[in-house]
Design a protein around this ligand. Structure first.
Ligand code: ADP
Ligand code: MG
Ligand code: MG
Length: 252
């Protein structure tokens, strides 16, 4: 199973003027084996939703619940969430100087599985995934995200997704700033993941472009910290044609 259930989630951040509510009651269920797209204008709270589910300390949960297959995620540490099967690809991935891609992946895999992967098959698996992502085998010796191009960062994320094999992947604007070749590689990475059994994907995006390659089961329009409307893939087509105006006016 891989059901992510978000119920009436309310989240604040601390500002100079005190706490500011960013998420104002988000309710959303990504059913077993479903891919949902969240689309919304800049500043609507999309990244806040992703980080809150993943357990970033900057965000204070003031109400609601998030469960993965019935397990309460909000009561877990970040590591526990990853072990429970949650994966977050961030809009702005951090650099980890001095830690190679190979070590990073192996450490993450060990932490999630609770035991180190068998060295021989692991090296083979890593190389196969890097090749699939059009990344040179020497890529695994580079420091994580240091000097990576936008495309390399995203390919690295897709390599993590393939190797760490979570239940639910949250991808925050993983399509931003990619040229068309990188976009296709990333889309293929997502689609390959989806082909596995019982995998959920929450694809957060500002643009409809990636949805030509990754076909979501459901689309949610996100405005001002809330789901303003939910629908099928046709909702993305409407957004592509008309933008967010209709939803922004309704939210005022
Ligand atoms: P999105 O990913 O949809 O562009 P974000 O989740 O990044 O939106 O941000 C949502 C809102 O939260 C924005 O209006 C942003 O200005 C506000 N916000 C985020 N962090 C802080 C902070 N530390 N102080 C004040 N406002 C913040
Ligand atoms: Mg964002
Ligand atoms: Mg599947």
């Amino acid at each position: 199973m891989s059901t992510l259930e978000i119920k009436d989630l309310k989240v604040s951040v601390e500002t100079e003027d005190g706490p500011k509510e960013i998420l104002k009651g988000v309710t959303l269920t990504i059913g077993d084996d479903e891919t949902h797209a969240i689309m919304g204008p800049n500043g609507s709270g999309k990244s806040t939703l992703a980080y809150s589910i993943a357990g970033h300390p900057k965000y204070t949960i003031t109400g609601g619940s998030v469960t993965l297959d019935g397990e309460d995620l909000l009561g877990m540490t970040v590591d526990q969430r990853a072990r429970a099967g949650l994966f977050l690809a961030m809009q702005y991935p951090v650099e980890v100087p001095g830690v190679s891609v190979a070590n990073f992946l192996r450490t993450a895999k060990t932490a999630i599985d609770g035991e180190a992967p068998k060295l021989r098959t692991w090296v083979k698996d890593v190389n196969a995934v890097l090749e699939k992502m059009n990344l040179d085998p020497t890529f695994s010796q580079r420091s994580v995200n240091e000097g990576f191009s936008g495309g390399e960062k995203k390919r690295h994320e897709m390599a993590q997704l393939a190797l760490l094999d979570p239940k639910v992947a949250i991808l925050d604007e993983t399509d931003s700033g990619l040229d068309i070749d990188a976009l296709k590689v990333v889309s293929e990475g997502i689609n390959t993941f989806r082909e596995r059994e019982n995998k959920g994907v929450l694809l957060i995006t500002h643009y409809t472009r990636i949805l030509r390659y990754v076909k979501p089961d459901r689309v949610h329009v996100f405005v001002d910290g809330r789901v303003a409307e939910s629908g099928g893939p046709e909702l993305a087509e409407e957004l592509e044609a008309n933008g967010y105006d209709r939803f922004l006016k309704a939210a005022v």
